[in-house]
Design a protein around this ligand. Structure first.
Ligand SMILES: Cc1cc2nc3c(=O)[nH]c(=O)nc-3n(C[C@H](O)[C@H](O)[C@H](O)COP(=O)(O)O)c2cc1C
Length: 149
């Protein structure tokens, strides 16, 4: 039996829709240079370097995003993993709010102090990783990749 050719129109992120990469939806909290809180959903995230005893994460960002700029500025962020019960709240944090707006204030999420980094954690998230930047890779005219410990 011959293979059926299928046309896929090229569009941004087309491979994310056409290819099944199971993704975790997280909310990353960060602080800007003035200490203002920012939160937004990020799912381009994975475990990095399985050989290391210290866990490392790799996260892919639009380089113009407030989260990426904040992380470059401060070197810290928190990865918060909400349950599906908070889907609407998670989507609320995805809006293009102006710089300096704390998206969490428009949700049911509660901010709590983190143990080792300055950005807050989200109390309702059963899984939280406090991260500090290890490496930054800026892909030409594309994403910024952050590897964190
Ligand atoms: C479920 C979900 C996952 C997302 N994952 C990513 C991602 O991995 N990388 C990215 O650059 N943007 C991602 N986005 C888009 C950002 O969350 C969105 O651009 C947001 O407004 C950025 O906010 P910020 O500028 O405050 O960082 C995702 C959005 C949603 C709804």
């Amino acid at each position: 039996m011959g293979r059926k050719k299928e046309e896929i129109k090229i569009r941004p992120f087309w491979y994310s829709d056409a290819w099944i990469f199971p993704k975790l939806i997280t909310i990353i909290t960060s602080l800007d240079k003035d200490g203002k809180i920012n939160a937004a959903p990020y799912s381009h995230i994975m475990q990095y370097d399985v050989m290391q005893k210290t866990p490392r994460m790799l996260v892919g960002f639009r380089q113009e995003s407030h989260t990426f700029e904040n992380i470059i500025e401060t070197g810290e962020f928190v990865v918060n993993c909400p349950s599906a019960d908070y889907l609407d709240d998670m989507m609320e944090t995805a809006r293009f709010w102006p710089e300096g707006v704390n998206e969490l204030e428009h949700t049911r999420f509660t901010m709590i102090p983190s143990r080792k980094v300055k950005p807050p954690s989200i109390e309702e998230c059963p899984q939280i990783a406090e991260c500090t930047v290890d490496q930054v890779i800026r892909l030409d005219k594309s994403s910024g990749i952050i590897i964190a410990i």
